[in-house]
Design a protein around this ligand. Structure first.
Ligand SMILES: Nc1nc2c(ncn2[C@@H]2O[C@H](COP(=O)(O)OP(=O)(O)OP(=O)(O)O)[C@@H](O)[C@H]2O)c(=O)[nH]1
Ligand SMILES: [Mg+2]
Ligand SMILES: [Zn+2]
Length: 229
């Protein structure tokens, strides 16, 4: 996984290599639930041919109807989803099951609870965590370096500082749809074979969104990412 360089010569900064999977962590609130960011990470992982799983953390703070429908959509696409609370320790079995015997990189905004979840499953790690700012609803980058830890029950995990910018280098307006698995089945039914599913007439993907075969929020996130490429 790499992100565009922010300093110096602008070369890619490699965040992690030789990992088996990306564990995408989002919180229900504090900082607010961000399905768009999850989709962005999913696109990066699809592009890198990397398995990804999704953790929705801080479920002690918000009722399920706020995030359940998103989770259903993601799992229908084949991504494993777990609901956790590092505070009440709900769902940690699922989290551990995902991590066991694999090398995983954690991804997610600052403050979603990446380090707290690791402390909850393995207290001896004793990772530094910090409260989310009341005024800005943002984490404060408690974790400042990328580090890899061995897990007592087998596997390795890479804790990262809250990353919001993952590079989508290699992905462009023409090929973005390829990293949305649900679009692959419809693309060949589009009128134009170079259809990018934005404004073209006879677009089978847009039709599938209208008939609810493709989830609307996924399509909205597709358009948002597309516009920023
Ligand atoms: N209520 C509640 N609070 C949580 C939960 N998980 C983490 N927190 C709190 O959220 C804050 C941020 O947690 P961290 O573990 O530091 O978050 P992080 O994702 O590692 O953040 P960075 O290292 O900055 O990227 C801390 O105050 C935690 O106690 C949870 O499941 N429920
Ligand atoms: Mg951290
Ligand atoms: Zn199309």
């Amino acid at each position: 996984m790499a992100r565009p360089g922010v300093i110096g010569d602008g070369k890619k900064q490699v965040i992690a290599s030789n990992i088996d999977q990306l564990v995408i962590i989002t919180s229900t609130i504090k900082p607010r639930f961000k399905p768009g960011l999850v989709d962005r990470f999913l696109v990066s992982a699809e592009y890198e041919n990397l398995k990804s799983v999704i953790i929705i953390n801080k479920i002690d703070l918000v009722p399920p109807d706020n995030y359940e429908s998103y989770a259903l959509t993601w799992s229908s696409l084949g991504y494993d989803v777990a609901f956790t609370s590092a505070k009440t320790k709900v769902g940690l079995d699922d989290f551990m099951k995902f991590l066991k015997d694999r090398t995983s990189a954690l991804a997610g905004h600052s403050g979603v609870g990446k380090s707290s979840l690791l402390n909850a499953i393995q207290p001896s790690l004793d990772l530094h965590t910090r409260e989310v700012s009341q005024s800005t609803d943002k984490g404060v980058h408690a974790t400042t370096t990328v580090r890899m830890y061995p897990l007592d029950f087998g596997g390795w995990v890479i804790d990262t500082p809250g990353l919001k910018l993952f590079g989508l280098s290699g992905i462009d307006k023409e090929n973005l749809w390829r990293y949305f698995p649900e679009m692959r089945d419809y693309q060949r039914h589009c009128r134009f074979n170079d259809c990018v599913h934005i404004n073209e007439p006879g677009c089978a993907v847009k039709k599938a969104v209208e008939t609810k075969k493709i989830s609307e929020f996924r399509y909205i996130n597709y358009k948002r990412i597309w516009e920023n490429l």
